[in-house]
Ligand binder design. Structure first.
Ligand code: C5P
Length: 280
């Protein structure tokens, strides 16, 4: 069972306050992009084994995909003799949800492979126990996410969105990002801006581009702000950091325009650029 499982971009992310369980209430607009990891799940052998290719990822039960397999087997009574292979193309710990996407792919693959027949809602509930972003990868559409990120409703986005993804040579830890956000802003509760359930054209979407987690990221890595300015000068209609970062993107009306800008844009040493397209 082999699955191509995509990365996500946050087009909006507001932190609305800290919750008693330690998480933060958020509202976010999330879209998949056509940059994918390849996840393969096979029955057999002994225990849950992980074989990874590409960028280094955590091994064993430190890996969310292995924890997904373990949870799935425990919940469904399967013995859990499996091999998981991950070909990593999504930058790790960058704000694109790669680990969550792999975990969601494992849940979906196991459900198919063993014909366990769990409905999408049950798979998403299982996903939410693994991480706040996992349910999104089991939800078939661009989404408005609330709660800690697991309460999803479909949102309409422009049919063609091109992204020039800029991947810096450093990484940001998500817990650090939320903690530093609270320290820098006082952690007050807020209502959040009004989001729509449809953004038919790019011009409708641009005013919604906002990410509160840029506050901690920029306090430590001001170069993220400079890259946003630079990509706007290269013709992007909008620019934003995704999730807890540090991946930052320029937004274009089409993949072709993002490709054109990528050709004109010499990124600083250690930064990598990837052109991607939104998936509806
Ligand atoms: O849910 P996930 O395991 O991906 O979250 C990682 C960490 O990010 C949490 O332990 C928490 O510190 C922080 N987080 C948060 N509020 C959210 C999502 C994540 O505080 N809505």
């Amino acid at each position: 069972m082999r699955i191509l499982t995509p990365a996500k971009i946050n087009l909006h992310l507001e932190v609305l306050g800290k919750r008693p369980d330690g998480y933060h209430e958020i509202q976010s607009l999330m879209q998949r992009v056509d940059l994918s990891d390849e996840v393969e799940v096979r029955a057999g052998g002994e225990g849950i084994r992980l074989v990874a290719e590409g960028e280094t990822i955590p091994g064993g039960m430190d890996n969310l995909a292995c924890r997904a397999a373990e949870l799935f087997c425990r919940q469904t009574g399967l013995t859990g003799n499996l091999e998981i292979r991950i070909r990593k193309r999504i930058p790790v710990a960058a704000g694109m949800g790669g680990g969550s996407s792999d975990a969601a792919a494992v849940l979906a693959a196991l459900n198919d492979l063993f014909r366990t027949g769990l409905d999408p809602g049950s798979l998403m509930e299982m996903g939410a126990r693994l991480g706040s972003d996992v349910p999104f990868f089991l939800f078939p559409k661009p989404a408005l996410a609330r709660g800690r990120g697991e309460k999803l409703s479909a949102v309409g986005l422009p049919e063609h969105l091109g992204f020039l993804l800029m991947v810096p040579p450093f990484r940001i830890s998500t817990p650090w990002s939320y903690e530093t956000f609270d320290q820098l802003t006082g952690g007050k509760k807020k209502a959040g801006t009004n989001l729509r359930d449809s953004y038919p054209a790019l011009a409708d979407l641009l005013p919604a581009l906002k990410n509160d987690l840029e506050i901690p990221a920029l306090s430590r890595y001001p170069e993220i702000g400079r890259m946003k300015e630079e990509v706007l000068r290269k013709g992007a209609k909008g620019a934003l950091m995704s999730g807890s970062g540090p991946l930052t993107f320029g937004l274009f009306p089409s993949r072709e325009e993002a490709e054109g800008a990528a050709r004109r844009f010499q990124l600083p040493g250690g930064w990598q650029s990837i052109v991607a397209e939104g998936i509806g």
